[in-house]
Design a protein around this ligand. Sequence first.
Ligand code: NAP
Length: 480
Amino acid sequence: MTFPEVHNQLFINGEWVDGSNEAVEVKNPSTGEVIGKIAQGGTKETAEAIAYAAGAFTSWSTTDPKERASVLHRIGTLIENNLDRLALIMTLEQGKPLSQSKAEVQSSADSFHWSAEEARRLYGRVIPAPNGQHFMTVHQPIGVVGAITPWNFPSNMIARKIAPALAAGCTVVLKPASATPYSALALAELFEEAGLPKGAANIIMGKSSDIGKELTSNDTVKKITFTGSTEVGQILNEQAASTLKKVSMELGGHAPFIVFDDADLDQAVSSLVRAKFRNNGQVCTCPNRIFVQKSVKQAFTEKLLVAMKDVKVGLGIEDETVGPLINEEAREHIEDQIKDATSKGATVLVGGKRPEDTKFANGPFYEPTVLDGVTSDMDIYYIETFGPVIPLIEFDTDDEVAEAANDTEFGLASYFFSKNIARISRFSAALEYGMVGVNSMAISQAETPFGGIKHSGFGRENGEEGIREYVYTKSVCMHD
Ligand code: NAP
């Protein structure tokens, strides 16, 4: 499959420029083939991009909200018009099945359309004041934003940051993940085509620690927004403290998925299989610990094993249920967790090894796996898997599972299945997570706020909260 023509340079102030460091290869994880070479910048190019973004901020921040909204709508529409091309680029550089890439690209378009609408609704408030005085609040764009994004959703993680930042009137310098720069650059091509002013959105590739250091220490940058691992989030948060920036962090997760005895088991099984194997389990909100109540455990497991027969491995382009993992390190991490769990008594019911078909020999593929008898002494119980493994854990009582579900440093997404309204009310409150799905896995859409607590970070993307991450609130107090 030929890789589409996409720019491979840095995008600074509306120009495509080479970086001062040597270009690096990007590979298709399904086949190991090199799909291109990407320019690499560093501290110097990041500082330049920040300066251009600051220049662009002067006019973009004072552009009518309605005009900003129409540029963002144009970007959203261009993304939709280019959906097949953008999805192909994503599948070839990231590995996810083609239909999942299409769904992600559509969600990026949704983020731009949603943020365009929010640009016109960034209301402040009027506060009751003594006679002759007038108190109000207005939301001002915070300034230049530094954004860093991961490889698992190489388009939507960018859209969720750039769209609300631009909607608020901010300008952006973004560093995409090294594994997936083309999806970012293909979006930048559409920014140009939509007429986004030069310098309003800049894309820099290069050594992540150098770019991260410049973004976090440069005083011109007023906001850092990061999605990625908790470890890197902690580093960036510490670095950003020196210049007291506003920060939002979308970090790791370890979602519990609880099946109560009154659940619709067919609904729970089909929801679990769809959510667990989306993007091959490389999703921060992916169910990672599957708690099933003792009285329905056998029936649930039987239905799950039937559903697993339809879960197929394929090259990204073949559009089966799962593609490859992102790299060899990711596969070894999963193998270590399986080895640890089975050595402590867990049983592999399905999968648990690399696929044997020779067409998978050049990529980090792993068979979709069901692991039974998982207990709290196993690594997989506490450590994010980021891969296609369903670990089954049995529980007896509501109190026991509430405690177990919250027994993690993470607090991003959680799910439970029950048809009992009292239980639904109690558990929605009891789960210490930023998001709760009840009989549903659909917790991430443009309309609803997305984000975590505890070591999953802070700040929200999407919803009416999304745009507020890119403004500061100013009080205006007037006298007649
Ligand atoms: P990662 O290693 O933290 O990388 C994320 C981004 O940070 C990449 O662009 C990476 O650049 C960059 N980076 C790495 N080290 C850096 C440093 N010292 N300074 C500045 N930037 C640095 O995470 P990942 O492996 O790509 O993504 C997986 C993690 O992201 C998982 O833990 C997952 O749960 C989390 N995640 C969270 C959410 C959410 O919304 N909460 C969404 C998606 C993923 P390079 O690629 O160049 O190394």
